[in-house]
Design a protein around this ligand. Structure first.
Ligand code: KG4
Length: 339
C-alpha cells in the first residue's frame, strides 16, 4: 500500500510465540500465545518443549495477527524477527518462519535484538528521550545500556553470572512457589520483613551485577533452616531476597547516572514488572531532572509489538539480512547490525 510501512514482527526467543503488525508505527495487532502453563509443570522453561510449541503455534499467531489487523501478507512491507538472544531451538522456529515469508513475498528480512525490543517497547507509550539509560532486567539478561541516540547501544554494566529474573525464579522454586517465580516473590515480599541476613555480592565499584552468590546464599539458608527443623517465613525470605536483588539494581543505576548524563531512565524486560523496583526507581529520581519511564505491564512480557517497533527503525536504516541468516542465542546488543 502506497505510503504505508507495514511491519510484521515475530518473536519466539523463550516461551511466548508472538506476532504483531504495525502500520506507520501504529500497532494494529499484537497476538501472543504463551506456553507458561505448560512449563509451570516442570518448574521452568523446558527448551525442547518450547521449540515444539513454537512450531505448533507460529502459523496460528501469524494468521491471527493478519486477521486482527485486517492486513494481507501481500501488503506487508518487511518482516522483523527476533534473532537473539534466547533459546537456540526456539529462536530457529521464528527465524525459519520469517525467512519463508520473506522468500515467498519477496520482502526484506530484518533481524532484531530481543533486548532492543524490550527497550523500544516503551516507544508505544512515549518517544524515547536521549541520552538515556536503559535498565534491562529479564529472565535471561541483566544489563545497563547507555543510548546516545536511536539504535546506539553501549553496554555499561552487565551480570557476571546469573540474570536477576533467573535468580528470582530459582529462589521461588526453593521456596516451593510456582513458575514464573518473580511475580510470586514480588507478591509475598509486600507483607514480609527483612529478617534474613543475605550477602550483597560484587563490590568492585563497577556497574556490573552478580546474582549467583545471592541465589546460592538463599538456597543454602533454606536448606540449613530445614535441616534444623526451623520454620521458614516465606514472606520474610522473599522480602530479604528482594531487598538485596533490587538494591543491587538501584545501586548500579545511581552510580551510572553520576557517570553518564542522561535525560531519561527506561525500565525494560520481564523483571521491570516488579512493584518494588518500580517504586524504588520512581522515588529515587522524583526530585531530579531525569525522567523515569515505567512500561505498562503488557510491554514487560515478551511480545512481537516491540520487535516490530525496532523493525521500523531498522527498516529506515535498511538493515536487512539475506536468507542465509542464522540465530545467535548470545547476541550482544552492541552487535545488533552484525549478523
Ligand atoms: O523478559 P522475560 O520474559 O524473560 C526474558 O526474555 O529473558 O522475563 C521473565 C522474567 C522471569 O524470570 C520472571 O520471574 C520475571 O521476569 N518476572 C518478575 C516479575 N514478573 C516477571 N520478576 C520480579 N517481579 C515481578 N513482578
Amino acid at each position: 500500500m502506497d505510503g504505508h510501512v507495514i511491519i510484521l514482527g515475530l518473536e519466539s526467543s523463550c516461551d511466548e510465540t508472538a506476532c504483531a503488525i504495525t502500520d506507520n508505527g501504529k500497532l494494529l495487532a499484537n497476538v501472543i500465545s504463551s506456553q507458561i502453563d505448560v512449563h509451570r509443570k516442570y518448574g521452568g522453561v523446558m527448551p525442547e518443549i518450547a521449540s515444539r510449541l513454537h512450531l505448533e503455534n507460529v502459523g496460528c499467531v501469524i494468521n491471527e495477527a493478519l486477521n486482527v489487523a485486517n492486513v494481507k501478507m501481500e501488503d506487508v512491507t518487511a518482516i522483523a524477527v527476533t534473532r537473539g538472544p534466547g533459546l537456540i531451538g526456539a529462536l530457529h522456529v521464528g527465524l525459519q518462519a520469517a525467512k519463508t515469508l520473506s522468500l515467498i513475498y519477496n520482502i526484506p528480512l530484518i533481524p532484531v535484538h530481543h533486548l532492543a525490543g524490550h527497550i523500544y517497547a516503551n516507544e508505544f507509550i512515549k518517544p524515547l528521550k536521549f541520552p538515556l539509560l536503559a535498565v534491562v532486567v529479564s529472565g535471561g539478561n541483566t544489563e545497563l545500556v547507555y543510548m546516545k541516540d536511536h539504535l546506539n547501544f553501549e553496554i555499561i554494566g552487565e551480570t557476571k553470572d546469573d540474570a536477576i529474573g533467573e535468580s528470582y525464579d530459582k529462589v521461588a522454586r526453593v521456596l516451593g512457589l510456582p513458575y514464573p517465580g518473580g511475580v510470586e516473590i514480588d507478591r509475598l515480599a509486600k507483607t514480609g520483613k527483612h529478617t534474613y541476613k543475605l550477602p550483597t555480592p560484587l563490590h568492585d565499584g563497577s556497574l556490573n551485577f552478580s546474582y549467583s552468590g545471592l541465589k546460592t546464599a538463599v538456597i543454602n539458608l533454606v536448606h540449613n533452616l530445614e535441616q534444623k527443623g526451623e520454620k521458614i517465613i516465606i514472606e520474610d525470605m522473599a522480602k530479604s531476597f528482594q531487598d538485596v536483588a533490587v538494591g543491587m539494581v538501584m545501586d548500579r543505576v545511581k552510580k551510572a547516572v553520576k557517570e553518564y548524563k542522561v535525560k531519561e531512565i527506561v525500565l525494560a524486560g520481564g523483571v521491570s514488572a516488579n512493584s518494588y523496583l518500580r517504586s524504588e526507581i520512581v522515588e529515587a529520581f522524583k526530585n531530579t531532572d531525569i525522567d523515569v519511564e515505567i512500561p505498562p505491564l503488557w510491554c514487560t512480557t515478551d511480545n512481537a509489538a516491540m520487535i516490530a517497533k525496532v523493525g521500523e527503525y531498522l527498516y529506515k536504516d535498511k538493515v536487512f539480512a539475506t536468507l542465509n541468516l542464522g540465530v545467535d542465542p548470545s547476541w550482544r546488543i552492541e552487535d545488533f547490525k552484525k549478523f
